[in-house]
Design a protein around this ligand. Structure first.
Ligand code: GRG
Length: 288
């Protein structure tokens, strides 16, 4: 990670520390903190802040929304790893939340993180009511019209052959919706006009889909040690992935094409700094 991003990730971590400073009942807060501070890349907060700063917006005002997206992302990972979902015992190189705290406490930690996200965002909107659109973009993306819908479709597709449009639906909702909402929220926070907001939404869609294709690629090309989570997890769960449906080469090509499109749109936006462009050009969205 480059210096600027490390600095941003540290600022996000410091803000998350404040948000997660309560401790009763200790086991619940320990479980929440365990997963939030397990070493994630903070990609979604960085996207939110980069979109906002590129538009000349204020990073401090954007920080609660950036943190809220990370809380939602972490809840989704905790629940996704549960025995009744993907049943994974390793995440971010560490035992998953339910392995350490048990399934019941892991479910509650996820529930608590999700609700805390809305508490943080609504408190921020009470101070700056003009930012309600950022909360609304994130809420829509996280729920039954976005990530939860995508996760449900993904679970229902296990042991089935999935066609191209269904696979794209799953990717667009399970993964890309939340990533797109980071760019949309950044657009609201940075007071983008309608044209720029539409651009940011499309950039988010392209980056989100590229991110999931790269995740599918990593699942079959990297080891458990390299990824910090079990390799071949999709095969274990009999899931259709971009690689199983289209093959390795097409997956790489499509991932690169989606990222290229996003980079082109970012360049057209002529932002005030290069943070978003650097993120889009990073290994998160580009296969080797
Ligand atoms: C449980 C409602 C619900 C949704 C789960 C996000 C998700 C939906 C499932 C996670 C499983 C998965 C493989 C998703 C694909 C991409 C993804 C979200 C990878 C993890 O994100 P990173 O790489 O993780 O940003 P870190 O650890 O860096 O935060």
């Amino acid at each position: 990670m480059e210096t600027v991003s490390v600095d941003i990730a540290e600022r996000v971590n410091a803000a998350l520390e404040q948000i997660l400073s309560d401790n009763y009942p200790p086991r619940l807060w320990d479980a929440m903190r365990y997963s939030v501070f397990a070493g994630g890349k903070r990609l979604r907060p960085r996207l939110t802040l980069a979109a906002c700063s590129g538009l000349g917006g204020d990073m401090e005002t954007a920080m609660p929304f950036a943190c809220a997206v990370e809380l939602i992302h972490t809840y989704s990972l905790i629940h996704d790893d549960l025995p009744d979902m993907d049943d994974d015992d390793l995440r971010r190189g560490k035992p998953t939340c339910h392995i350490i705290y048990g399934s019941a406490m892991a479910i509650l930690a996820g529930d608590a993180l999700l609700n805390l996200a809305y508490e943080v965002m609504s408190d921020a909107c009470a101070v700056h009511p003009g930012n309600i659109g950022a909360m609304s973009a994130i809420a829509r993306a996280a729920g039954a019209r976005g990530m939860v819908a995508g996760q449900a479709a993904d679970m229902l597709s296990e042991n089935k052959t999935v066609d191209e449009s269904e696979l794209i639906y799953i990717h667009a909702n399970k993964t890309a919706a939340l990533i797109r909402s980071c760019l949309e929220a950044g657009g609201v926070l940075g007071r983008a006009d309608e044209r720029r907001r539409a651009y940011l939404s499309e950039i988010g869609e392209n980056l989100g889909r590229a991110f999931q294709i790269r995740d599918d690629l990593l699942d079959v090309t990297r080891s458990t040690e390299e990824m910090g989570k079990p390799a071949m997890s999709d095969i274990k769960n009999n899931k259709s992935t971009y690689v199983s449906v289209f093959g390795l080469e097409r997956a790489k090509e499509d991932c690169r094409a989606l990222t290229r499109r996003a980079v082109g749109l970012i360049e057209e936006l002529q932002l005030k700094d290069s943070a978003l462009l650097r993120l889009a050009s990073s290994s998160c969205f580009n296969p080797r």
